[in-house]
Ligand binder design. Structure first.
Ligand code: V47
Length: 354
């Protein structure tokens, strides 16, 4: 263990075996190592932004066991926003001084790429400056497949229409056997990675996520991190990594329960240490809750995502304590201060906004 610690303290890269051993290290020791690595990447800063989510639909062709959000078309809790409705949501959000609109939803059975292009064009018409972070690799892959165009062409069209970056959703867990069990209809791991590689080559940065704490093992988590680290070595296009704790409310995997907070903190810390080439580790507080997000700042996290303004339902539907997620800039600043850090407003590519 001492050798692994030395390696980390000297800024060396750890192996998959090292990572497995690290997970059995006492929590407080792992925290110190992750804190040191966080200081190396971002010093005393904790990043946040002013953002809202728009979720165009929860109608989805996929049947992921962990999802509490999906609804079959026509069911009472299904929604399908029109372009006008989306434009109105964006218009209202823009009045509140936001810098980013994050758009993600179900994979709709009928919407074509033109539908998504129109969303981007409408928002871009409202604001030349707002950063549009939109559509997971899953959505991108499906919309290009349906349009019968190669991925790079679809990405070019979306970029011309106003797309600036892509969120990290849909990664779930890369291991084939687990992936087939929890999200059998989704694109496979290689396709997810290929989409992000193509994005990065087109100059579009993205994030990466990992859904953990369900039926995967530690080895599966480390394999997931390893595949991301390898792609990042090649492209350098990932801005942030977001470990997403599986939330067990209202979905078909509920019987497995939820990970312990110790496991969550170790996962943040390990991610910070292992992913030496991804600049930011994000605690997505609408999912993990404000209290745990605040603790995660001692475990290598340097990004709290944003103000959100009660604009996402994915996690409240899955049982998050944040039923109407919204956080003021003041609250974010306090959260950073009590962790001994300084909150810094960023734009979507992590330039500091004064
Ligand atoms: O891919 C769905 C996850 C993701 C559950 O890039 C669940 O900045 C836990 O990727 N329990 C979509 N997780 C959200 C996402 C995201 C969120 C915030 C910021 C960014 C970013 C990306 O949500 C899905 C899936 O892994 N998810 N259901 C659940 N029950």
């Amino acid at each position: 263990m001492q050798q692994i610690e030395n390696k980390i303290q000297q800024g060396g890269r750890i192996s998959k075996d090292d990572a497995l051993q690290l997970f059995s290290m006492p929590l407080s020791q792992l925290a110190v190592l992750a804190w040191e690595r966080k200081q190396h990447h971002s010093g005393n800063h904790v990043f946040y932004n002013r953002n809202v989510h728009i979720e165009p639909t929860n109608v989805c062709v996929n049947h992921c066991l962990f999802c509490a959000y999906r609804a079959p078309r026509g069911e009472f809790h299904a929604w399908e926003y029109s372009h006008d409705e989306i434009e109105n949501l964006a218009k209202n959000a823009l009045k509140k001084n936001i810098t980013e609109i994050h758009i993600v939803g179900g994979v709709h059975p009928e919407w074509k790429i033109d539908y998504y292009l129109e969303i981007l064009k409408r928002i871009r018409k409202l604001s030349k400056r707002v950063h549009i972070k939109a559509f997971t690799a899953e959505e991108l892959s499906q919309m290009c497949k349906n349009a019968n165009i190669p991925l790079h062409e679809g990405i070019e069209l979306l970029q011309e229409a106003g797309l600036n970056s892509v969120p990290g959703g849909g990664a779930e867990i890369f291991d084939k056997s687990i992936r087939q069990k929890i999200c059998p209809d989704k694109i496979d791991a290689d396709t997810w990675l290929e989409v992000h590689k193509t994005l990065h080559k087109s100059g579009i940065p993205s994030n990466a996520t990992m859904l953990y704490g369900h039926i995967e093992t530690l080895q599966h988590r480390i394999d997931h991190l390893d595949r991301l680290r390898n792609l990042q070595d090649e492209t350098g296009g990932f801005n942030a990594f977001i470990p997403l704790k599986y939330k067990s409310g209202n979905n078909q995997l509920s019987y497995v329960g939820e990970s312990h907070v110790t496991d969550d903190m170790k996962t943040f810390a390990l991610s910070r240490i292992f992913l030496d080439n991804i600049p930011h580790i994000k605690a997505y507080w609408p999912m993990i809750g404000k209290d745990n997000a605040s603790i995660s700042l001692a475990f290598g996290v340097d990004d709290l995502d944003g103000t959100i303004d009660d604009s996402t339902k994915i996690y409240s539907l899955a049982g998050s304590v944040e039923k109407h997620p919204a956080m003021s800039v003041e609250a974010i600043k306090t959260m950073a201060r009590v962790a001994g850090l300084k909150a810094v407003e960023r734009n979507s590519v992590y330039d500091i906004i004064d």
